[in-house]
Design a protein around this ligand. Structure first.
Ligand code: ZN
Length: 415
């Protein structure tokens, strides 16, 4: 089976041009919410004749999906829906994603490609630790691995000692996980003095992985790690992954149209310019998103990747549009501070960043584990970001661990 799909940029361009036209017809004719939005701007499907016409189209936001909960943005009759997944926000209605049979097939195709690029083959054993439930992670990995035909261990989250036993008992070669849970597995394995000679790779999603953290996990577990991208709104995990050049995430452009915009003005930016990632899922059926504002800040990498795949790459996600902090007049994303912490020798496996907001300005208090002085950390942060936060150093193991996604940025809570 050809897991890689297309071979050239010309092929991608043709698919995108045809796909955009088809998907605009589909959403306009089958969903009132989309149609009203287009009508208000005076846009008809017949106005979309080429790829550059995408800029005429309105954006879709997380709010649009929330406001239309549960199925207000679905473009198919309910009887065609086979599955739903959703992500619960901290406030308001959840974001729901319905899937038709064709959507499950699209998801299997894109996830299988991600796993294939990470080196997963038929003779591998894939242990899946994200949950099998409303969160899309577990099922996404499952469909991809099933399409490849490898042996699946659908462990789900939690019970880390049992996960380690499974890795040993089944000779797990490939671990699917959210990044912070891989750290947990690493810590417990270290405590128990376990080594995993069969384990070759980890495919980590839902959280961005800094180079420092990636290196630490790779060395400790003896694996190569891959960063997988995707979210509930775009149809789940699997929009792209980094290849073994590990220099940016390839987005599967035969399924998603990739744009970067200025988050303030909404204007399209050129390759290489940093802005908000916008995706159009033009091969989805139940709920294709048109120009979905992901909130992720990154840029499109201009050069072709050494791996030879024609799909363009985005740079490391620098942060989220709504995460931007203003500290003593300096604009900074929490992930930039995380990146620095992860690359500072002496800092352990865990940290928390407490953010206090007052009138649009922020203050930081950082807690880390490890063998390093607070003064040293303050000095490093001052050198890089020109402000000095409060810092507290705790012994290893003192910061609470989660079995799912780690909670590292905590807003407006008294410490
Ligand atoms: Zn590549």
């Amino acid at each position: 089976m050809n897991f890689l799909g297309v071979n050239s940029r010309e092929e991608i361009k043709k698919l995108q041009e045809k796909g955009l036209k088809r998907i605009i017809d589909h959403v306009y004719n089958n969903n009132t919410s989309y149609r009203n939005k287009f009508d208000r701007l005076g846009i008809k499907p017949s106005d979309i004749n080429g790829l550059t016409d995408i800029e005429k189209l309105p954006f879709t936001t997380k709010e649009d999906l929330r406001n239309n909960y549960p199925l207000g943005m679905s473009c198919v009759p309910k009887e065609k829906i086979m599955r739903i997944h959703m992500s619960s926000g901290t406030t308001g209605s959840p974001v729901l994603q319905p899937y038709t049979r064709s959507d499950i097939d699209q998801w299997s195709t894109t996830m299988a490609r991600c796993l294939y690029v990470a080196g997963v083959r038929e003779n591998d054993v894939m242990q899946i630790t994200p949950s099998f439930g409303l969160f899309n992670g577990g099922f996404g990995f499952h469909y991809g691995a099933e399409r490849i035909g490898c042996m699946i261990v659908p462990a789900g989250p939690g019970n880390t000692k049992r996960q380690i036993k499974f890795i040993e008992d089944f000779g797990t070669t490939s671990l699917g996980s959210v990044a912070s849970y891989a750290i947990r597995i690493m810590e417990v394995a270290e405590e128990e003095g376990k080594e995993f000679p069969n384990l070759k790779r980890g495919v980590f999603g839902a959280e961005t992985l800094s180079d420092g953290l990636r290196k630490k996990i790779e060395e400790s577990l003896g694996i190569e790690s891959y960063d997988i991208y995707g979210m509930t709104e775009t149809g789940g995990v699997g929009c792209g992954i980094d290849c073994n050049c590990h220099d940016g995430i390839h987005i599967w452009e035969d399924h998603y149209i990739l744009e970067v915009i200025d988050p303030k003005t909404g204007e399209a930016l050129s390759e290489g310019e940093e802005g908000e990632i916008v995706l159009t899922s033009f091969t989805r059926e139940a709920l294709p998103v048109i120009r979905f504002r992901t909130g992720d800040i990154a840029s499109i990498i201009e050069d072709k990747c050494d791996c030879g795949m024609p799909h363009r790459r985005i740079s490391r996600i620098k942060g989220r549009v709504d995460d931007l902090l203003i500290i003593k007049g300096v604009n900074v994303y929490p992930s930039e501070i995380e990146h620095l912490l992860c690359n500072t020798p002496g800092i352990g496996n865990n940290y928390q960043i407490f953010v206090k907001e007052e009138n649009g300005f922020h203050d930081l208090m950082i807690q880390v584990e490890g063998n390093i002085s607070a003064v040293e950390i303050k000095k490093r942060i001052k050198e890089n970001f020109l402000f000095t936060p409060e810092v507290e150093v705790l012994p290893n193991g003192r910061i609470p661990r989660n079995e799912g996604k780690a909670v590292r940025i905590i807003k407006n809570k008294e410490v």
